[in-house]
Design a protein around this ligand. Structure first.
Ligand SMILES: Cc1ncc(COP(=O)(O)O)c(C=O)c1O
Length: 396
């Protein structure tokens, strides 16, 4: 396996193009090779024993990764400042696997009220079954979280912004309070990616990425990653191995390829989203836009302080729409697909309802909520699609 050069100081757009490449001398392709493996062969018994003694360094067995995974890890570590990256077969597996690494029966964890639904379910159902209690804290929490720590609090889990309702937590303040008590903070940072929110530098212990979204960017890869600070890395790595998590070399390769254009894609997603939001805001059926990158968002100043860029994902609260009007709108879209997930090159629309899924905020009198993902199409075409769908809604 070829050694990777440490990355020199460079701007992050440049880093994304040059990190995670083999530095071996001589003619070579631009991209590192795709290395698929289950069994790895050794030249001698001694070599096999040596590899067994340090399975996370170099080639050992396919589940521990190949040079393709190593190249992706190298790039993500360089981008995020992580000591190491652990890969999982999905974003949810990265969340579940990281949580399982850091808790034991009798522990309590504090979780932001706005987390992704399956994260919430994993905590309240699966962790509860193992004797781990979950308490939810406000989706807009800050340093006051210290008042909620108990002797049993083992970790804090944030998702900022919450990927449906788009509230921000004050991550530096939460991390400062938690780190003062040696409580690791995990952040589902899928929305911003380490490119736009360096959560490890803010004090988090793990930056969790659903690589299904912007990292890979083409809606064709299942992958998750835990980008870890050094004090939690070994625990996360070993638990991931004991649970048998791994990722195909093909998907790791596609993730590294996706990373090369992350900055360019995010810029265009953000531009297209801005065009759509500016138009939607003026439509009589729209009550408000939910997006911290939007100047009208109540936490926009916090977003400006902690994030260096936006993207294509935002939500809209419409006036309450009858099921027939909502269906007329959704079914009349042709460029916006109806479907779960986000972060690919394509535009998406997903009606959602968080009533009954929040403890700290009252959504009982909210209107009809729809999450949009502005893809990389021409924004004028996307606007025309939305206008056509709104006309269909008005005709009902
Ligand atoms: C914020 C967030 N985190 C995690 C996930 C889970 O990712 P995956 O679908 O790869 O399991 C999602 C998926 O939509 C998400 O939106």
């Amino acid at each position: 396996m070829s050694a990777q050069e440490p990355d020199r100081q460079m701007r992050r757009s440049t880093l994304l193009k040059h990190t995670g490449k083999p530095s071996s001398p001589g003619a070579k392709p631009v991209n590192p090779p795709l290395v698929r493996a289950s069994t790895v062969l050794f030249d001698s018994l001694q070599e096999l024993h040596e590899a067994s003694a340090r399975p996370f360094q170099g080639l050992y067995y396919g589940r521990f990764g190949t040079p393709t995974h190593e190249a992706l890890a190298h790039a993500l570590n360089a981008l995020s400042g992580a000591a190491g990256s652990v890969f999982y077969p999905s974003g949810l597996a990265a969340i579940a696997g990281t949580l399982l690494s850091l808790v034991e029966a009798g522990d309590e964890i504090l979780v932001a009220d706005c987390v992704y639904g399956p994260t919430r379910n994993f905590c309240t159902q699966d962790l509860a079954r193992l004797g781990v209690r979950t308490r939810f804290f406000s989706a807009t929490e800050g340093g006051q979280i210290a008042a909620q720590f108990s002797a049993d609090t083992r970790l804090v889990f944030c998702e900022s912004p919450g990927s449906l309702t788009m509230e921000l937590q004050d991550l530096p303040a939460i991390c400062a309070a938690a780190n003062a008590r040696d409580i690791p903070v995990l952040v589902d940072n899928t929305w911003a990616t380490p490119l736009h929110a360096p959560v490890l530098a803010m004090g988090a212990a793990v930056d969790i990425q659903a690589g299904t979204k912007y990292l890979t960017g083409h809606a064709d890869v299942m992958l998750g990653a835990a980008l870890c600070r050094d004090d939690v890395l070994e625990r996360v790595r070993r638990r991931s191995q004991s649970l048998g998590y791994c990722v195909s070399a093909d998907d790791a390769y596609l993730a590294l390829r996706g990373l090369r254009t992350l900055d360019v894609r995010l810029r265009t997603h953000a531009h297209n989203a801005r065009v759509l939001k500016d138009w939607l805001r003026d439509q009589p059926e729209v009550r408000r836009i939910l997006d911290p990158a939007d100047p009208a968002h109540p936490q926009h100043a916090l977003w400006q302080r902690d994030f260096s860029g936006a993207n294509g994902l935002f939500s809209v609260e419409f006036e309450p729409l009858s099921p027939a009007r909502l269906a007329a709108f959704a079914d009349s879209l042709s460029l916006f697909g109806l479907g779960y997930s986000w972060g690919g090159y394509e535009s998406l629309c997903l009606p959602f309802d968080v009533r009954g899924q929040r403890e700290g905020t009252d959504w009982s009198d909210c209107g009809t909520c729809v999450r949009f993902h502005a893809g990389l199409e021409d924004p004028e075409d996307l606007l025309a699609d939305l206008a056509h769908a709104l006309a269909a809604l008005r005709a009902v």
